[in-house]
Design a protein around this ligand. Sequence first.
Ligand SMILES: [Zn+2]
Length: 250
Amino acid sequence: MRSDWSAFKARVSNRLARDLGAVPFRLQNKAPMVSFTFDDTPRSAATAGAPILDEYQAKGTFYISGGLVNQSSDHWMGITNDEIMELHRAGHEIACHTFSHVRATDLGAAALTAEIEKNRSYFLALDPSIRIENFAYPYGLGTVLHKRRLKQTFRSSRGIMPGANSGTVDLQYLNSTPLINRHIDCDGIDRAFDETIATNGWLIFYGHDVATSPSPFGCTPALMRHALAAASRRNVQILSVAEALALAGA
Ligand SMILES: [Zn+2]
């Protein structure tokens, strides 16, 4: 019962977050852009995903929950501290999720702030030069009550509403498209790039693990390579979220 109520509340809140309290910003990128982002984050995003990005001299964004580091789950093994440091040293972006991976819709203002501060402190303890600038809502669930607060802390917050970001966007509720084999195939990826180019947009992919037999939330190296090749062929710049925001004038 409680979880039904919690799920209902999350759905309504997510819809309100999408529709209300927008913080409009006009993207000023001169050319289409794509970002590859990974949530939670599984080890394989670092050990298999990052090397594929490296083949394109591209940087990714990794929205990591400190509470999931080094933890095994039903679907994958969590990233290690050493792997976080390797990503950071290689110029990939370390970004914020909630520390315990609780959804923002289940947290009051003080609890969300505490979760974020705990997560930020975790990475700063690893290396004070890690800059945590961007956030992704766990489960993609945003809440209108928190958007203005998040704006004070983060340059952007990302949901999981598919579609390219273009024109005037809500920086605290950026769209992102699954790079998840269960949800998209090569044709779907190509269509997402067509839309991005037609709108001079910013396509953000999100995924989790990268494996030849991925979890229901992850992708194969082949699908990731298809997306990177599609970007490269169409001259779409591949950028971390922080890099893309800078080019967009945010
Ligand atoms: Zn997550």
